[in-house]
Design a protein around this ligand. Structure first.
Ligand code: FAD
Ligand code: DHB
Length: 388
């Protein structure tokens, strides 16, 4: 089999890239190791920046996001017994949409299948070949058969644990990494929203976040030990912890409900350079990871494939190589900015077990600075909505 662009991984990066290439008349094949049902049910990100909303809308897959997603014009920061609103729209003219990542995935899978795109699920033993030639290839197993896909380009959109990044020559790669000493405990709850807007809470017991999924399903997170086990947390223990971290003495109360999903995620910052070698390009989590505090991961994946789809279009339509050659440099400008912001927001809001009393006071002073200075609040808002 031959295609123009072989894409490894059907996450937001791989599916959106395939969709954008299709709109430009460029054919691709997407190889995904999991089943369609699995990728459409995995609970992950929830926040779309204005730029990500724009690209989904412009490329014709934004209809359900517009009708079922919730447009948010601000969020709240809670610390020291009080809540403070960050008015995103007043400060930046932009907003964000809360719309679950797996819903974006469903919309993109439906669009690719409606356009007779080739999406292969449950492939295994994916291996990349000849990436430094003009005829790279991918071998894999599908439906019990060994397969070979010849392509002009191979794009690794296979996430942090995929095969694409390790296929880059070791001597050309440099990795930058920080692993945080905490994780997030995430729950899905059947209840009405407790708050109209997201609440990011700094508390001495640890960070907590109130988010939403729909009028009847809420998403909540709290800082935990990354090695903890969800089975150590009864529903009662979870609610007791969330009440303590989120409630002040202002009468606001967190709504409880049936918890129907619990998971723990570790947190890291990670960037690999280069993001390209020969005819292999990396996009999304395959090349970089952010801690979830700034809600940037899915948006960075969208940003990478926007640049890459334009560069591939320039190559096929105009025979130009310059945008492809500049891909890593162009993508990394945005990636490092988001890495900085995600690290900063994580540091601002989490409890560090080894922080001295002086460092704790500095954290509090910085929070006060953010909510009392329009310049600081604007900086936070610009980064959050992705206005960079
Ligand atoms: P992925 O979504 O990881 O997709 C990679 C795909 O490749 C997967 O489907 C995988 O099965 C497949 N694959 C892997 N290996 C192979 C292989 N060898 N062969 C074939 N296929 C393979 N980001 C935000 O922007 N906003 C948020 O609010 C946010 N919140 C988050 C909350 C949580 C709890 C978590 C875990 C993440 C969050 N993120 C958030 C991050 C976001 O989910 C990721 O950044 C995003 O999924 C990256 O997309 P991707 O397409 O690059 O990679
Ligand atoms: C969600 C995740 C985030 O990382 C975040 O910062 C805000 C919301 C969410 O899953 O809803």
């Amino acid at each position: 089999m031959h295609t123009q662009v072989a894409i490894i991984g059907a996450g937001p990066a791989g599916l959106l890239l395939s969709h954008l290439l299709h709109l430009q008349g460029i054919e691709s094949v997407v190889l995904e190791s999991r089943s369609r049902a699995d990728i459409e049910a995995t609970i992950r990100a929830g926040v779309l920046e204005q730029g990500s909303m724009d690209i989904l809308n412009e490329s014709g897959v934004g209809e359900r996001m517009r009708s079922e997603g919730a447009l948010h014009h601000g969020f709240e920061l809670s610390f020291g017994g009080r809540r403070h609103r960050i008015d995103l729209t007043a400060l930046t003219g932009k907003a964000i949409t809360v719309y679950a990542q797996h819903e974006v995935i469903k919309d993109l899978v439906a669009a690719r299948l409606a356009a007779q795109g080739t999406l292969l699920f449950e492939v295994s033993e994916v291996q990349l070949h000849n990436i430094d030639s003009e005829a790279p290839a991918v071998s894999y197993q599908h439906a019990g058969q060994a397969q070979h896909l010849q392509a002009d380009f191979v794009i690794g959109c296979d996430g942090f644990h995929g095969v694409s990044r390790p296929s880059m020559p070791e001597h050309l790669r440099q990795d930058f990494q920080r692993i945080y000493p905490f994780g997030w405990f995430g729950i899905l709850v059947e209840s009405a929203p407790s708050s109209e807007e997201l609440i990011y809470a700094q508390h001495e017991r640890g960070f907590a976040l109130v988010s939403t999924r729909s009028p009847s399903v809420q998403r909540l997170y709290f800082q935990c030990d990354p090695k903890d086990d969800v089975n150590n947390w009864s529903d009662d223990r979870i609610w007791a912890e969330l009440h303590q971290r989120l409630e002040n003495n202002d009468g606001w109360q967190l709504k409880e409900g049936r918890i129907f999903q619990k998971n723990i995620i570790g947190m890291r910052s990670f960037v690999t350079t280069t993001m390209q070698h020969g005819r292999l390009f990396l996009a999304g989590d395959a090349a970089h990871i952010v801690p979830p505090t700034g809600a940037k991961g899915m948006n960075l994946a969208v940003g990478d494939v926007r640049i890459l789809s334009q560069a591939l279009n320039d190559f096929y339509r105009h025979g130009r190589h310059d945008q492809l050659a500049a891909y890593t440099e162009n993508a990394l400008k945005r990636v490092w900015r988001a890495e900085y912001f995600s690290w900063w927001m994580t540091s601002l809001l989490h409890t560090f077990a080894d922080a001295s009393s002086f460092q704790q006071q500095m954290q509090r002073a910085e929070l006060e600075f953010v909510v009392n200075s329009k310049a600081m609040a604007t900086a936070l808002a610009e980064n959050y909505v992705g206005a960079f």
